[in-house]
Design a protein around this ligand. Structure first.
Ligand code: FAD
Length: 284
């Protein structure tokens, strides 16, 4: 339970972090809240030779409205998201889901950026950001680029960020006025990771459903969208929800582990999707 030896460097700015990463090479790792990286290092599943601490960089923790979108700094902690008046008002799904991450200690240390780049398919916030069509702002030696969350997750614990890049901000489109939302997290104990989770956003139209977005937690090696459910609900009446929810596991490949068999996860995804859509519609 003791990590392998590493060199500790503290970055004073994003530019500083990018420069240290470039100098240290692919074997370096950024440290934000440390709540995913340090356990991996203690198990020696990660052995970075250089740890670049970005946790004290100023200006990466803001949550603000900009150009019709919510701009959330990569170092915003789960607690910041859960208690942000702006998020609770304009994007309650994200604030609510952040309040369900782990326990208070995890929520006070863990960051949004760390959650995204760690890319755990069991992460609550990665699936919520997929559901919300968020975009990542990353900075590296070649400058800044935007990366849609839909293209960001490549595989289990793997993203499309280059090793020399820093995630600086997450941009979330403002959900439409009058939308309904829900986050259903199935756990054995309140502070556990989701065995399966479902995030839903519904935009009503003409007494029915205009558009629905559904994000899935722990239903494959990456956070997923339930595309078949969304297709079935586009322009459909509200009564279409039970049949559409039956499609939640289509195209998924959930893992089997000590918490659940594959079939149980598929079953949960269908039940939780129906509950999420019904609750979202009740909030429209
Ligand atoms: P770190 O551990 O510091 O970093 C994680 C990875 O991201 C590292 O590879 C690091 O190099 C990289 N990284 C970090 N920041 C950046 C950046 N800005 N740019 C580029 N790369 C970066 N999560 C849930 O979603 N739901 C849960 O229920 C849950 N329960 C938990 C329970 C426990 C006991 C613990 C320890 C963790 C739990 N987590 C849970 C994970 C938690 O949300 C972590 O905080 C999060 O996954 C990682 O955030 P971090 O800031 O700690 O990242």
């Amino acid at each position: 339970m003791i990590p392998a030896a590493f060199e500790y460097r503290r970055a004073g700015s994003v530019e500083d972090a990018v420069a240290i990463l470039a100098e240290a090479g692919d074997d370096a790792k950024l440290l934000a809240g440390g709540h995913s990286l340090l356990p991996l290092m203690k198990l020696r599943l990660a052995r970075p030779s250089v740890l670049v601490d970005i946790g004290r960089i100023d200006g990466l923790r803001a949550i603000e409205e900009r150009g019709g979108r919510l701009a959330i700094g990569a170092l915003a902690r789960h607690h910041d998201l859960a208690t942000s008046a702006l998020l609770r008002d304009r994007c309650p799904l994200l604030a609510h889901a952040a309040g369900l991450v782990g326990d208070p200690q995890v929520r006070h240390r863990g960051t949004l950026g760390g959650s995204v780049v760690h890319a755990d398919p069991a992460s609550d916030l990665c699936a919520v950001l997929r559901c919300l069509d968020a975009e990542l702002v990353v900075r590296g030696p070649g400058g800044e680029r935007r990366l849609p969350v839909a293209d960001a997750f490549r595989g289990f614990l793997e993203t499309a960020l280059d090793p020399g890049e820093v995630l600086v901000e997450v941009l979330v489109p403002m959900p439409a006025a009058g939308h309904g939302w829900s986050y259903q997290k199935f756990t054995r104990r309140a502070l556990d990771w989701a065995i399966v989770g479902v995030a839903a956003v519904v935009e009503p139209a003409d007494g029915g459903i205009g558009r629905a977005a559904v994000g899935l937690v722990s239903m494959g090696p990456t956070p997923l969208r339930a595309a078949a459910v969304e297709d079935a609900l586009r322009g459909a009446p509200r009564s279409a929800v039970p049949a559409a929810a039956e499609l939640a596991a289509d195209g998924t490949e959930p893992s089997a582990d000590i918490h659940a068999e594959q079939d149980f996860r598929r079953h949960l995804s269908r039940v939780l999707t129906r509950r999420a859509l019904e609750q979202a519609l009740s909030r429209c």
